[in-house]
Write a protein that binds this ligand. Structure first.
Ligand SMILES: Cc1cc2nc3c(=O)[nH]c(=O)nc-3n(C[C@H](O)[C@H](O)[C@H](O)COP(=O)(O)O)c2cc1C
Ligand SMILES: Nc1ncnc2c1ncn2[C@@H]1O[C@H](COP(=O)(O)OP(=O)(O)O)[C@@H](O)[C@H]1O
Length: 314
């Protein structure tokens, strides 16, 4: 995949393209990208994605805070796995935001990116105020020579506990992660959610109670942090992966304020890993964070947690 970041860049070959923010690059996104690749193969053209490093809404409203499923770099890595030929990272400037859908299609898609065919996600809208719809894009395309195709919606066989089929979307996955439902989120993403960061010092209580914990300082402050609670996770650093039991929360038993920490006890591991870069991959939430009456009760629970997490990950 060739990544094009330059704001004045062009795509040097005619292509079939789609547009989107693609946060998370979930299975619905992959299904759309697959259709772009298939149409490109039939037409003998290149496949391309037009995406944005910063969410368009954030560009328009600087105080808008979107919790991201993927940082821009993570998104690029996941998009590269789809095998698409070109990925255009478009800075969503105020000039671009003021373009009507027709002008966007004419000036950018046709003239600069050589888009011959535009595949539109089943509910995607673009252009100033996103005021137009699919039929408008089709007629603009006819007037300027871009074929506009509506992608087939992703229909899935994922069922929730109450046997309802769900439509995969980035906002649904955010909601699932906020509820701690990391396993259903993983089915929607097509991979397990992860957080990257650095191990920082904590209050050094962990080692005293027999469960040292590596405290994670997340690299990108915009990444979504799943719900408070205890999780079975994979911990990866220095090219190796270990089992871990993770707690996200304010540690009410220790009672040291409202500072939220993300801390992992790595099973069967005994070394200093301060300042190391680690990845936490979420497998399952096992319980909420609780306030115990004593440290002894917390320790007892941590022994149970270790057994449960080991059983899940083995
Ligand atoms: C798997 C796991 C589960 C935990 N569950 C709780 C909990 O339910 N309630 C709580 O107050 N603290 C919980 N903790 C946090 C401990 O209190 C914490 O590890 C201890 O305060 C050590 O902190 P330190 O890293 O600052 O030394 C948990 C920690 C881990 C690793
Ligand atoms: N099994 C383990 N899991 C996590 N960290 C460990 C483990 N064994 C040793 N460590 C080291 O111990 C540190 C955590 O000890 P702890 O007493 O909880 O201190 P802190 O409050 O600074 O996190 C970790 O950052 C790591 O360097």
């Amino acid at each position: 995949m060739q990544i094009i970041r330059d704001t004045d860049a062009i795509i040097p070959e005619p292509c079939v393209a789609t547009i989107g923010f693609f946060d998370g690059v979930h299975i619905g996104h992959r299904y759309l990208i697959q259709q772009v690749k298939e149409i490109a193969a039939i037409k003998g053209l290149r496949s391309a994605l037009v995406t944005f490093p910063v969410h368009p809404r954030k560009v328009m409203h600087s105080d808008y805070r979107l919790e991201l499923l993927t940082t821009p770099d993570e998104k690029i890595n996941l998009l590269a796995d789809t095998g698409v030929d070109y990925c255009l990272m478009l800075d969503f400037t105020p000039e671009i935001s003021s373009l009507t859908a027709l002008k966007f299609m004419e000036r950018l898609l046709k003239e600069r990116f050589q888009v011959k065919c535009l595949v539109i996600g089943y509910d995607h809208r673009f252009g100033h105020n996103r005021s137009e719809g699919f039929e408008d894009y089709v007629s603009y395309g006819q007037s300027i020579g871009i074929e506009v195709v509506r992608a087939i919606a992703y229909t899935d066989d994922i069922e929730t506990n109450d046997a309802q089929k769900i439509t995969v979307s980035s906002s649904l996955i955010r909601k699932l992660l906020h509820q701690g439902d990391v396993d259903l989120a993983a089915r929607c993403l097509g991979y397990e959610y992860f957080l990257d960061g650095t191990v920082v010092g904590g209050y050094q209580v962990g080692r005293k109670i027999g469960f040292p914990t590596a405290n994670l300082s997340v690299d990108n402050p915009d990444k979504l942090i799943p719900a408070d609670g205890v999780y079975a996770v994979w911990v990866t650093f220095d090219g190796k992966t270990y089992m871990g039991m993770l707690n996200i929360g304010v540690r009410p038993t220790i009672d040291n304020g409202s500072n939220r920490t993300i801390e992992v006890n790595i099973l069967h591991f005994h070394s200093d890993i301060y300042d190391k870069f680690i990845r936490l991959t979420f497998v399952k939430r096992t319980r909420p964070e609780l306030k115990f009456d004593s440290i002894e009760e917390l320790i007892e629970e941590l022994h149970k947690d270790a057994k449960e997490v080991e059983a899940i990950l083995s």
